[in-house]
Design a protein around this ligand. Structure first.
Ligand code: SF4
Length: 407
């Protein structure tokens, strides 16, 4: 893993099943299922799909007795499939009842997510929260105190707004909202500690759906506590919006060393591809040079100098080739995920970009000689010609991987 000279904020290390979050550990990618948890096979399959896509922790909804009773069966199914990903139970409203009543089932979870805004009102709030933390302590489970501005503790917000209205220069509603989200997280973490939970069992998240506010909140909370932090822009949306907003929110924080685990909350597309949120999370980390998951393919956008769509097809083909082969390459060629490949459309930037990559090809642009120079480790290695360039380049790529990464 390259840290890219980023100074990571120091945080407590929290063990979530077989995965460590915080401390000096790599930033963990996580995701969440969207199945009805009580549908055991569907949920198992989606967890397996997310884990295979690279999700290192998977959260599931635990909203009723059927859901919590399904957990041991889901874990058992995953074990039979040789999938060891930690499972987090997401509790709201009735979490205190479920955790208290179904403790042997809850023991199969690796972490509980508790939303302090959804644990109860008035005097029931602390009582219900206490019940959940006591069960977590008894079962030796970590928790995420997950505040979300969409379900923020309304009594806390109202009291902070009242106090603000009495100031000679009242703060804006957004400022009060940000302060309240932080207060809710930290007060509940403090309460959890008073009940007996260690700091190394607590992860905090403060999720909002506005990029600038999210960045402000995490910058502030990162300065005033050392709990491990879960980052994520809540309700990011779907497709391009969700991807761009999430990247813009998480990028500045990660570059400032803030964040121990991330989730990208994308609305699942029409084809139901839930793993996309995992792919995006991995790409965010990879784009910042924080973690590498698969070889990077740099390709130019193409322009009027591009002589045909050959290079777009080659770039797409190489991308696909890598995705298909990565499961076996990862086992046989450790470190292959650090490989840099470039596929360029003409000689304007092609040779230069190829020299920055480990292996690069520059295809002929309009009016250029119909040849494709291949660069390896910054030096021109061979010039390809004719109709079999794609396969020849793949062979060169494979030989390079074999020579460099075979153990
Ligand atoms: S490398 Fe060549 S084809 Fe690609 S965008 Fe630049 S000028 Fe256009």
């Amino acid at each position: 893993m390259s840290t890219n000279n980023i100074n990571r904020r120091r945080s407590y290390e929290v063990k979530v099943g077989n995965v460590s979050v915080g401390g000096n550990n790599p930033i963990v990618v996580q995701s969440m299922t969207d199945t009805n948890t009580s549908e055991i096979d569907k949920t198992t399959n989606q967890i397996a799909e997310l884990a295979q896509a690279g999700s290192e922790i998977v959260r599931v909804t635990v909203n009723d007795s059927d859901a919590i009773q399904a957990i041991p069966y889901i874990k058992d199914n995953l074990k039979k499939m040789n999938i060891e990903v930690p499972i987090v139970g997401d509790f709201h409203f009735n979490g205190h009842i479920l955790l208290n009543k179904y403790q042997s089932e809850a023991a199969h979870l690796d972490k509980f997510r508790i939303n302090p805004g959804n644990v109860g009102k008035k005097n029931k709030k602390d009582k219900n929260f206490t019940t959940m933390i006591e069960v977590a302590c008894k079962l030796d489970k970590p928790v995420r105190i997950g505040v979300n501005w969409g379900s923020l503790d309304q009594e806390l917000l109202a009291s902070n707004l009242d106090a603000n209205n009495k100031l000679s220069k009242p703060k804006t509603l957004d400022e009060i909202m940000c302060e309240s989200v932080i207060t809710s997280a930290l007060e509940n973490a403090k309460l959890a500690e008073q009940i007996g939970m260690g700091k190394d069992k607590i992860i905090i998240s403060c999720k909002l759906s506005k990029v600038n506010m999210l960045i402000d909140v995490y910058k502030k909370i990162s300065e005033i506590c050392s709990y491990a932090l879960h980052l994520g822009l809540t309700e990011a949306g779907s497709n391009e919006r969700g991807i761009v907003y999430s990247a813009c929110a998480l990028g500045p924080l990660l570059l400032n060393g803030i964040g121990d685990t991330i989730r990208v909350s994308l609305t699942t597309d029409i084809n139901g591809n839930r793993s996309k949120e995992v792919e995006v999370a991995k790409l965010i980390l990879q784009s910042l040079g924080i973690r590498y998951f698969l070889p990077d393919v740099t390709s130019c956008p193409g322009c009027g100098r591009t002589s045909s769509d050959y290079f777009q097809k080659l770039a797409a083909d190489i991308d696909q080739h890598i995705k298909i082969n990565m499961p076996s390459w990862k086992k046989e060629y450790p470190g292959v995920e650090n490989l840099k490949i470039s596929v360029m459309g003409c000689i304007v930037n092609g040779p230069g970009e190829s020299k920055h990559a480990d292996i690069g090809i520059s295809l002929p642009g309009r009016g250029e000689n119909p040849t494709a120079p291949v660069y390896i480790d910054g030096k021109k290695n061979v010039t390809l010609k004719g109709g079999n360039i794609t396969n020849e380049f793949k062979e060169i790529l494979f030989n390079y991987i074999e020579n460099r990464f075979k153990t």
